[in-house]
Design a protein around this ligand. Sequence first.
Ligand code: LAC
Ligand code: ZN
Length: 466
Amino acid sequence: MQYSKVTPEHISIFQSIIGKDHVFYDEENIKHYAHDETEDLKFPPEVILKPRTAEEISEILKVCNKENIPVTPRGAGTGLSGGALPVYGGVILAMERFNSIIAIDERNLQATVEPGVINQVFQEAVIAKGLFYPPDPASKGSCFLGGNLAENAGGPKAVKYGVTKDYVLNLEVVLPTGEIIWTGANVLKNATGYNLTQLIVGSEGTLGIITKIIFRLIPYPTQTLLMLVPFFSAEKACEAVSAVFRAGITPSAMEFMERDAIDWVLKFVEVNIEIKENIKAHLLIEVDGNDLDVLMKDCEKISEVMYGFECDEILFAETAAQKENLWKMRRRVAEAVRSHAVYKEEDTVVPRAELAVLLKGVKEIGTKYGFRSVCYGHAGDGNMHVNIIKENLSDEDWNTKLPLGIREIFELCVKLGGTLSGEHGIGWVQKNYMDIAFNEKQLDLMKGIKTLFDPNHILNPGKIFV
Ligand code: LAC
Ligand code: ZN
């Protein structure tokens, strides 16, 4: 792709649209906006723009579309597939000033929100009204809702409550050509034309800029019970997962952590827990609802299923602090691995009952190519994060052999009925593997949609497709 450079003339046009105070091109900002949380990748933008209204974004995009300047939208920069990396330089459209919860409609159980609101801030605001917005990615304390929509983020609660897309009813979007549209209606059912709302969700900032979100909400479940189940075999832990659902229970979280994942996190975070030498993996299982007796019975049933897969003694979190502790351990695995190692993170997903086969396959592929992997994730969704650690691999093996190993992992996912990413997206780092999941016709359909929305390919170029 050939794009124009941002010139001083462009900068003064941007300044006239959003004001001098919201246009940045100093070294510190360029450095900050050159990376997100994807590995150690860095691509400096030429200018950072922080607009406040959809109309301002529309004006900016009209200029960039005319002048052939690439625009990369960015939320909080917590993405794991490089969606917010300005790989061709140009403009970073930083959405941090779109940070207001416009309305929580208690009559309809809906909310109107801007994309720069932090996930947890929104969750807490609706909980205060007895309402629930379930999608809770590990980065919920810092990630923006707009980024959650762009990547269709999941998190532990997805297993019972679904992912981000399941809560989005309608969107205000600025198209790359500058028009401002609404994608649907504020209704729970909608059989009116193509579903533009769901096309935008998960499109990784390549089709338009989300400026308002209408969410649906549900009543907040008041009780949770949490159990940590240790296993002597990681494969047995994976096999136990689907048996719970077959027994008629849908937990509100069903997380897998292999031994290595816990060891890494314990090096990094203080969690008061004793783990026996011979334990190879854990399942962290939560049930929620409003009736504690029902939840206790669910836990008894789950325990029965677990003991059938030769688990060790189950630990029940008795206090809120203990629950917090166990969740901290799970939520901070990725961060722990990231801060201790050179790594590559894959976001594999297969039908739930194939999880054990996937885990076994990942380990075999690792042995073949000489890499170690730390596996953990949303077992109830068949969504396993595979963190590959560089350790003793030479730079050459890391750069040449590892992609072959990753390719084999993805081929295995697809063979098992799964795909490349469950919740992190394709972005910049996974696009070379899209041919494993889709044939040329399928890719052409997607690229056709991209071109229809963005004829000059100015919006988040270099993502999803090679
Ligand atoms: C998690 C993030 C990495 O589940 O998706 O911890
Ligand atoms: Zn995850």
